[in-house]
Design a protein around this ligand. Structure first.
Ligand SMILES: Cc1cc2nc3c(=O)[nH]c(=O)nc-3n(C[C@H](O)[C@H](O)[C@H](O)COP(=O)(O)OP(=O)(O)OC[C@H]3O[C@@H](n4cnc5c(N)ncnc54)[C@H](O)[C@@H]3O)c2cc1C
Length: 457
């Protein structure tokens, strides 16, 4: 008798506990830098399995954590029963109504494959292997955020299992408070088994990546400042210092080099501000072209295989020449990597600034807990963390960059960008936080459903 045999009695999906073959792999999230010491893993077969696990957990007094992919894993899973939703992979697209219904395990790449034939898209972000549900529950900032707002804004209904195991469909009419919380407040209120949301017509899209050697970074940052000052909100421009690893699978001209990338997606015909980048000499790669929705997840060349990483994000209050100088000075303070330029972003691998603004700045009245973002830029700093020493070095560089920018960061962070050591309280205003806590008290007071960044109540 034990938790494994108890769970096997009530679910159809696979149950794994310590000692079972496959347990070590199953408990390891996509971000393999995060150790999850879970008491069991349940690969649920359907929503009834989810309800059975939660009902059992509530009865015996353990918590349940839920993951589609493990991209947003944190130490919060320790001691819990980890519900993996990869089996809830159904997708239904209603092209006429411009809506989609996805199971909780669907990833962005799979959804885009289904919407693209109709010229439709959801609020896809930079990676095709991130889960639609975790991303959307946390708000979700993607390529269309400046014109459409958070992914969470588009949600019309959520099928959930409440903390006592009850299944229900939550809409603005059925339960306005829980519906509000689910749209940006994360997974701390109920387990979602399916999401319904609006899609939108993209029209012809244009975009891709431009790359230069990092010695051009000051010119590219200056062009970014000017281009983003005049960009239509249907144009998204992101700039990234990238340290390409010296691995054979990285194409030869990029392998081992520190470069500066400009990644863009926009409606065709509004890309005028990009001429500012075209004037910068020495471009090593420029793959801008008319784009399909299915190509949006490939632009930033992010790893799709599980990787150990630490990320730190900060919302920037401006991107003045001073910010550029400080950011470049502190981000490029690493020792030389051979071969490559004299200065490096090591131990970081990416230092990215995304323009926000537009619809994020003017949230709709029914925006949900994600609300809006007043800060015009998002800085994220990511480094590989295969060992605790690497993680410490990455965290120290993230800390020193943030400290140098202290009067230009607001201290708030989007929920989907929190990392180990962050708290959900950093993602919300005091009023929003109070409301979220009171909703958690009502629906999940015992904390039976535990998100990666649980609210203290
Ligand atoms: C390579 C990469 C690129 C990224 N790009 C972007 C980006 O462009 N924009 C952006 O906003 N974010 C981005 N992120 C962050 C990402 O959105 C978050 O990590 C998000 O939490 C991932 O969701 P997931 O379902 O894939 O991950 P998971 O780790 O599976 O889930 C994350 C958390 O969401 C909650 N959750 C997931 N599923 C459920 C469910 N069914 N019911 C209740 N709660 C649930 C849980 O609290 C869980 O711990 C990126 C992350 C990576 C690693």
């Amino acid at each position: 008798m034990g938790i494994g045999s108890d769970l096997r009695r009530v679910v159809r999906g696979r149950v794994l506990v310590a000692g079972d073959e496959g347990f070590e792999g199953a408990r390891t999230p996509w971000n393999v830098a995060v150790e999850q010491r879970v008491s069991a893993v349940v690969e649920v077969a359907d929503a009834a399995d989810v309800a059975a696990v939660v009902e059992y957990a509530a009865k015996v007094g353990v918590a349940v954590t839920v993951q589609g992919t493990g991209h947003g894993a944190s130490a919060a899973a320790d001691g819990t029963v980890l519900v993996q939703t990869g089996g809830l992979a159904d997708i239904a697209v209603d092209a006429g109504a411009r809506t989609a219904r996805v199971g909780a395990g669907v990833r962005w790449g799979a959804l885009s494959e289904r919407t693209a034939p109709y010229g439709l898209a959801g609020a896809v972000g930079s990676s095709p292997v991130v889960g639609v549900t975790g991303y959307t529950l946390g708000g979700g900032l993607g390529w269309f955020a400046r014109s459409r707002g958070f992914a969470a804004n588009a949600v019309r209904a959520a099928e959930v299992v409440l903390a006592d195991g009850t299944r229900m469909r939550v809409t603005a009419e059925s339960d306005p408070e829980l519906f509000w919380a689910l749209r940006g407040g994360g997974g701390d209120f109920a387990v979602v088994t399916g999401l319904e949301f609006e899609l939108f017509e993209t029209g012809p899209l244009y975009g891709g990546r431009m790359l230069w050697d990092a010695e051009r970074a000051a010119e590219v940052f200056a062009a970014f400042r000017e281009a983003t000052a005049e960009a239509d909100e249907r144009l998204s421009i992101w700039v990234t210092l990238v340290r390409f690893p010296p691995f054979p699978q990285v194409p030869e001209p990029l392998r081992g080099r520190i470069m500066i990338a400009v990644d863009v997606v926009g409606a065709e015909g509004i890309t005028g501000p990009l001429h500012r980048f075209e004037a910068i000499p020495g471009v090593v790669l420029d793959n801008r072209r008319p784009l399909e929705v299915t190509e949006l997840g490939g632009i930033c060349m992010e790893p799709t295989a599980p990787s150990p990483a630490r990320v730190r994000a900060e919302l920037l209050t401006d991107f003045s020449p001073h910010v550029t100088d400080v950011l470049l000075g502190t981000a490029m303070a690493g020792a030389a990597d051979a071969p490559g330029p004299e200065r490096s972003i090591a131990p970081l691998a990416l230092v990215q600034v995304r323009q926000l603004g537009g619809a994020l700045y003017r949230p709709r009245a029914d925006a949900g807990a994600a609300g809006g973002i007043r800060e015009p830029y998002l800085l994220s700093m990511l480094g590989p963390a295969p060992t605790p020493d690497h993680a410490a070095a990455v965290a120290e560089r993230q800390r020193s960059i943030t400290a140098a920018l202290h009067s230009h960061v607001s201290g708030r962070k989007p929920l989907t960008y929190l990392d180990a050591g962050d708290s959900a309280a950093q993602a919300f205003s005091p009023d929003t936080l109070t409301r979220l806590r009171s909703i958690k008290r009502r629906y999940n007071e015992q904390g039976t459903v535990r998100s990666s960044f649980p609210f203290a109540i």
